[in-house]
Design a protein around this ligand. Structure first.
Ligand code: SF4
Length: 320
């Protein structure tokens, strides 16, 4: 039934995840303008936050070599983690290392090591270029480990037991784990195909669901949001692939969804007959950017969200 009130409904979980918030806390405390620290890789893909951190003595370098050339004495590992060689390199150069790796990523690194000792070939479902995935593979400390997003990325092309020219069958023991931020349905689809290849002729497969709890909460929050609103705005930098993904998933749930970086991008035509607008945000979107979008929606005649932009208890530690 139609009412005159136009509401803004915030996703229960949005913006920085627990691990990124924790990493920012650590790095902000470590930052000293007179003795700056360089993070190896971006601590976060958000230009405003990067500028703010720079003024606090936190800068970014692509590699330890670059950090050393630029005169840094302290380097930091980001929330995504890095392989053990990073700490060794820092030690060899006499640099102090600040480790902000999310404990939920550390857990996956340790799991990979353990499974290698048990004789498993490691498959990490995820993006091969992503620092988290590269770090997990590096921690596994073996050449019997691969990153894959589809079975075509695997170093075998047939089921166990298959023979013939050009046929590469899987090893006997395979363990699969996921990059922490992947969609569970997609991970499950991949593991089904992988199981079909491996679990024949005595093959053994271990499926380790390592998608983290904050990611689940974000995915579930988006599902709940989609069931309550007529339109979804996914807030985040244009380069943020996880924000683009949120808009895509919103559309997959049948709700018109847009990826916006700032309030200026909101087109009044989108809001014409909308009663309830849903707001979500990518993992690198700071609270002030979310607030700016909410303020803009209020200027379009929507009621501000009753609980503010963050109804979730930020002190809560996810299980791992
Ligand atoms: S593992 Fe989860 S909580 Fe940790 S940084 Fe990654 S997405 Fe965030």
């Amino acid at each position: 039934m139609s009412t005159d009130t136009r509401r803004i409904i915030m996703a229960d979980e949005l913006g920085y995840c627990w691990g990124v918030r924790r990493a920012l806390d650590i790095i902000e405390k470590a930052g000293k303008p007179e003795d700056p620290v360089a993070t190896v890789g971006d601590v976060i893909h958000n230009p405003q936050v990067v500028d703010r951190l720079r003024s606090q003595g936190v800068q970014t370098a692509e590699t330890i070599d670059e950090a050393a050339t630029r005169g840094f004495k302290r380097i930091a590992i980001t929330a995504h983690g890095a392989g053990p060689e990073r700490a060794e390199e820092a030690k060899a150069r006499g640099m102090e290392l600040i480790d902000t790796t999310c404990p939920l990523v550390t857990k996956v690194q340790r799991l990979a090591q353990k499974l290698v000792k048990q004789g498993y070939y490691i498959v990490v479902y995820g993006d091969h270029y992503h620092p988290e995935v590269r770090g997990i593979i590096s921690w596994s400390g073996t050449t019997r480990a691969v990153a894959a997003k589809k079975v075509e990325d695997l170093p075998w092309n047939a089921q166990r037991g298959a023979t013939g020219e050009g046929v590469e069958a899987p090893p006997r023991k395979v363990a699969v784990m996921s990059q922490t931020t992947k969609m569970v349905e997609e991970f499950l689809g991949f593991t089904r195909e992988l199981t079909d290849m491996v679990a024949r002729e005595g093959g053994e497969i271990r499926i380790c669901n390592t998608i983290c709890e904050p990611t689940y909460e974000r995915q579930n929050a988006l599902k709940r949001l989609a069931s309550q609103v007529d339109l979804i705005l996914a807030i985040g930098g244009k380069k943020s692939s996880n924000t683009a993904r949120l808009a895509e998933v919103g559309r997959a749930f049948g709700v018109e969804s847009y990826h916006v970086e700032s309030g200026d991008e909101i087109d009044a035509n989108w809001l014409g007959s909308v009663e309830n607008v849903g707001v979500t945000a990518g993992a690198s979107t700071p609270d002030d950017v979310i607030q700016e979008i909410v303020d803009r929606l209020v200027s379009f005649g929507f009621e501000p969200p009753a609980q503010g932009i963050k109804p979730v208890d930020l002190e809560e530690v996810p299980s791992y």
